[in-house]
Design a protein around this ligand. Sequence first.
Ligand code: ZN
Ligand code: ZN
Length: 225
Amino acid sequence: MNYHIDTGLIYEKFLENACCPLCAIKSIVEEQVIHEFLNDAVMEDNTHIEVVKKGFCAHHFDMMFNRPNKLSLAIQARSNLPTVESLLAPAKNKGGAKKLADKIDGAINECIVCDYVEKSMVKYYKTIAQMFLYEKEFYKYLIKCKGFCMEHYAQLLRYSGYASIGTKDYLKTLSDTQKRAFSLLDNNLETFCRKHDYRNANMPLGSAENALPDTRDIFYGKKND
Ligand SMILES: [Zn+2]
Ligand SMILES: [Zn+2]
């Protein structure tokens, strides 16, 4: 079977058994892309053209700013400046102003790093679906996993067709895994709330201690700084 991507990292992150394995993969992919943009990629013509057109979103600008190569970020920010600056000419009327406002919203949220990361992640979504069909042991990893953030759960659903004749089973397994994660989350949130009653002050929290950070991770995904 020819997978879209090497399966080693997928097994590794599922084995770590934290929510969400795809956020963990994404943070590695994101780090690689950021590294390329702060080093070699900036020299390539094609990449330069895309930086000029799209620039970076706030999240990836911040990530790059937090890495050592500030000169590279400054050069790329300067490359993108004329594209944004071209939207500063005065609009002729109310309608034109609204259109211009939409264009500005679009321009400021476009991001070449997001595009590259998403392109790689799609290969992971497809490969995971294929692994469910072709790798006998993989479903055990899926069943044991602590669930996915909702964005990545949605992406796995979106590319579930790559499990081919196994799609129906794959969807059921994904749903069961996610429901288990929500049930644990609900229990932990309930314990967390009960602990705030003074009569339960000495009650041990156990895994409920992380109920709120866990809720954040499953609703919105892990933050990568
Ligand atoms: Zn995730
Ligand atoms: Zn971005």
